[in-house]
Design a protein around this ligand. Structure first.
Ligand code: AVJ
Ligand code: FE
Length: 440
């Protein structure tokens, strides 16, 4: 009973918090004209994301979980991400910003009314441990991160507050070794008991890896600039065939949002132009660029399993942790998460968030490209719907790990899997390098 009440409180607080965040990125940040505009062909109009999260909440909480009558089944088709590619959403008869706000509020009132009476020990897998509520909260936070990517692509005066130049609790304790060795052996990858984990994180399974080395920090802007200065973009030998094709076709020669001015590299960040900070992890690079840098550095990208072993495996106990620092939920000294800043913290910050191997910032700051294609783990079972994960398996998506500064702690587990196409640069992604051990 007490556990049920605590879960109910956690859900209500999580729903409230994410809605404040969504509103801060939409109706409280921009006028109607900007909310309905398409800021990039890669992204939806922000007003689509806003009503989409409300419609998802109606479908999963009001209809599926609570068994209440539908409110607006007529708009399901508008907010179905598969029916409508992002570039086409602008042409739909979408709810206006005000209508979206009112619709979302109506859905939310009904959800909360019913939540008081909800039981979580019904044995229904959808409800067990509050799973579907956690799914809806995470979904909205994920769309908030997507909305931040839209804000970054938007041209015009800054609208998001960017008050803190550097995070508290993030003071580097010195850079430490550049890389660590992880001995050959098995570890447990994925999870079978994290209540709000998505289907693609399940089930827990043992993976054996040969010995390898992995960098303790993400590649910084300063390091990436050395690659550029050394002609990294102009030498086919560092690039895969697909990467070289991307480089030729796109004509890109620097991370997205960078510009050279009088010999200095500047970046545009949420409408502000500033010198590229040398000590931050590089972000807005695509998989191909990450792979080329790693080759130039004499290394390679880690596989997804290598990333997760470095993040979770405790060699002293043989157990996999929920987070690099242990099982406790992320705190302010562990990681740069949840849009506390609008940027990554300096590389090698957050010593309190290091993994048992001494690898830092695996969680937060930038999503990290891995060498692995997105697919299901052995024993994967779709739950609760194919369109979250399964339909993307085997379609050339690369796995990204760890979450960014924009990712909310609710979905920044060390088992969490993100994915995108190898050419994409709008997400808050960077990378770290790894290499085979000489004796592996
Ligand atoms: C996990 C970030 C790839 O945005 O396409 C949102 C998350 N799924 N609504 C995406 C998602 C359904 C998904 N990513
Ligand atoms: Fe969605």
């Amino acid at each position: 009973q007490q556990t049920e009440n605590r879960l109910r409180d956690r859900i209500a607080a999580g729903l409230g918090e994410v809605r404040v965040r969504s509103q801060g990125l939409t109706v409280h940040a921009l006028d109607d004209a900007e909310l309905v505009r398409q800021h990039s062909p890669l992204m939806s109009p922000l007003v689509w994301d806003l009503a989409h999260v409300g419609n998802y909440e109606e479908q999963w909480l009001i209809r599926a979980a609570q068994g209440q009558e539908a409110i607006r089944p007529d708009i399901d088709v508008l907010y179905d991400a598969f029916e409508n590619p992002r570039a086409k959403r602008i042409e739909l008869p979408l709810l206006s910003p005000r209508e979206a706000q009112e619709y979302n509020a109506q859905v939310r009132r009904r959800v909360l009314d019913h939540l008081d009476r909800a039981a979580f020990d019904t044995g229904a897998p959808l409800i067990d441990g509050g799973f579907v509520y956690g799914m809806v909260i995470q979904h909205e936070h994920q769309h908030d991160e997507t909305m931040l990517a839209t804000h970054q692509l938007r041209r015009g005066e800054p609208v998001l507050p960017d008050p803190v130049p550097r995070p508290r609790g993030a003071a580097p304790a010195g850079p430490g070794p550049a890389e660590v060795r992880i001995e050959a052996g098995p570890f447990t990858m994925g999870t079978s008991d994290e209540p709000w984990a998505y289907d693609n994180e399940r089930p827990a399974h043992v993976v054996h890896l040969p010995a390898y080395h992995i960098d303790t920090a993400a590649v910084t802007n300063a390091q990436y600039l050395e690659f550029m200065a050394d002609g990294g973009y102009d030498q086919a030998r560092w690039w895969s065939r697909a990467g070289w094709e991307w480089r030729n076709r796109s004509a890109k020669r620097a991370p997205a949002f960078w510009r050279r001015d009088a010999g200095q590299w500047l970046r545009r960040r949420f409408g502000r132009v500033e010198p590229v900070p040398p000590d931050e992890p590089v972000q807005h690079v695509c998989f191909h660029e990450a792979e080329a840098y790693a080759a130039w550095a004499g290394k390679r990208l880690p596989t997804e399993a290598e990333w997760e072993k470095a993040a979770r495996h405790d060699p002293a106990t043989g157990r996999s942790r929920r987070f690099p620092w242990g099982d406790a939920d992320p705190g302010a000294t562990h990681a740069n998460l949840g849009q506390r800043l609008l940027r990554p913290a300096p590389a090698s910050a957050f010593p309190a968030g290091a993994s048992p191997y001494g690898v830092r910032q695996l969680i937060g700051d930038v999503w990290e490209w891995t060498a692995t294609d997105f697919t299901g783990y052995p024993g994967f079972r779709t739950f609760p719907y194919r369109e979250y994960s399964e339909v993307f398996f085997g379609d050339g998506y690369k796995v990204l790990r760890g979450g960014s500064w924009a990712t909310h702690p609710t979905s920044a587990r060390a088992t969490f899997r993100n994915w995108d196409l190898p050419i994409r640069r709008q997400i808050f992604a960077g990378f770290r390098c790894a290499r085979d051990a000489e004796d592996a």
